[in-house]
Design a protein around this ligand. Structure first.
Ligand code: COA
Length: 388
């Protein structure tokens, strides 16, 4: 592969009342350029990942990045969108520009400001990323979509409520020590397993603790071609990347398995010449606990229908053979749609360099990222390894 992450930044995720979208963008971009020690004038291209869809009135955010520094004026800047994988889409576009030799240094930022509108309006905006005529509008929210997936999986493989609660508890415990996370509270297994006033059922089998929250935030990375990166103070190489889109309608797919996700993982393993056992740590897309369960299977950590084993045996805990979401994942760190994919790459890059502080997995060298849009519709996988 031809690109490296040479610097990054990450705002705290959470509810940023009164903070504008452009402030989140400018903060992340400014800090990432400082972290990379790259002068704004040396940036060749800019990609911004922003889903929006009605969360904020301000659309067309590409040039908002330029507000971080006067020397970014007149740089080519483009907004990309691929539902919840919008952040990874921005990074992959940046890598494409580098591979095409159109850019040496690319600035990628992901952002979302979700909390300005009501809960009901947020739900409506999110369903625009479903196959609307069958799955959106009066037919339900994204929680309903994943509740349906959960139902189908339970019907095929039996009730997995214990595993879902174990995943929620693990990710909340991990997020409790992440200063950038939306939630920094270890809720515990019993709380996550039990329906209560504080943890009501939201849809089907899914309780509040099974869902990622509604979050504001931004994250940014600076990418450089490998040759340039080797002269910089830090460089985390993309050993492999894959992007696989599947059909949008759930009615055209077997929702009890994430086939597009499995193909994306297969491609990155082949490219990087590694297998699942070679990974030291991964950040994966746990928009709902069911998603993490199905991703265990898609990435080959567990057999089809046996994803629960990965959490029951403790494999995916921080102490396990493959720590999954030591950052707390979307569940606890939060899921500001456009920022999520960039955030996952920041967390993975920090792990690969040993820079993850309280989140650090000892000896982690090879880090995986899996970010998806919709119910495994837009699937992006990356394998990262620090080379400086
Ligand atoms: N997990 C755990 N706790 C949560 C939570 C979540 N997802 N969402 C909110 N809470 C907590 C809040 O912090 C608050 O706690 P407090 O009383 O101690 O302050 C309490 O629950 C109530 O918060 P509120 O915002 O009123 O909850 P809600 O019931 O309106 O919203 C969900 C909860 C799950 C419906 C909402 O987070 C949601 O819609 N999530 C899914 C978002 C989504 O679909 N994203 C796209 C994925 S593809």
């Amino acid at each position: 592969m031809t690109g490296c992450i040479v610097g990054w930044a990450h705002t705290k995720f959470g509810k940023h009342e009164g903070v504008e979208l452009e402030t989140l963008i400018v903060d992340a971009v400014t800090d990432a350029l400082v972290d990379a020690n790259v002068a704004p004038a040396d940036v060749d291209e800019i990609y911004i990942g922003h889903f929006n869809g009605g969360f904020v009135m301000q659309d067309f955010p590409a040039s908002l990045v330029l507000q971080a520094h006067k020397d970014l004026r007149f740089k080519p800047a483009t907004r990309v969108e691929n539902a919840c994988a919008t952040g990874s889409a921005a990074i992959h576009q940046g890598l494409n520009s580098i591979a095409a030799k159109k850019a040496r240094i690319v600035l990628c930022v992901g952002v979302e400001k979700m909390t300005e509108i009501s809960g009901a309006a947020i739900g409506e905006v999110l369903t625009k990323a479903s196959y609307f005529k069958e799955e959106g509008g009066e037919n339900g929210s994204f929680v309903d979509i994943f509740a349906r997936i959960t139902d189908s999986y339970f019907q095929k493989y039996g009730d997995q409520s214990d595993a879902l609660a174990q995943i929620a508890a693990k990710n909340h415990a991990n997020g409790a020590v992440n200063p950038l996370a939306h939630f920094q509270k270890d809720l515990g297994y019993d709380f996550c397993r039990t329906e209560s006033d504080r943890n009501p059922l939201v849809s089907g089998h899914l309780k509040r603790s099974d869902c990622s929250p509604v979050t504001d935030g931004a994250a940014a990375v600076v990418l450089a071609d490998t040759e340039t990166a080797m002269g910089m103070k830090k460089a985390v190489l993309f050993r492999a990347t894959a992007h696989v889109n599947d059909f949008l309608p759930m009615s055209k797919r077997d929702v009890t398995q994430f086939e597009g996700a499995a193909l994306a993982w297969q491609k990155v393993y082949e490219q990087a010449k590694i297998g699942v056992d070679d990974l030291d740590v991964v950040e994966v897309h746990d928009c709902f606990t069911t998603a993490e369960l199905l991703i265990y299977e898609a990435m080959g950590l567990a057999e089809k229908g046996d994803g629960a084993r990965a959490i029951a045996e403790g494999w995916s805990t921080k102490e396990g053979k493959l720590p999954v979401n030591p950052s707390g994942g979307l569940k606890s760190k939060g899921h500001p749609i456009g920022a999520t994919g960039v955030s996952m790459h920041v967390m993975a890059a920090m792990q690969a360099r040993g820079d993850a502080g309280p989140l650090q997995i000892d000896g982690a060298e090879i880090a995986g990222v899996f970010n998806m849009g919709g119910s495994a519709v837009a699937n992006y996988a990356s394998i990262l390894e620090a080379v400086r």
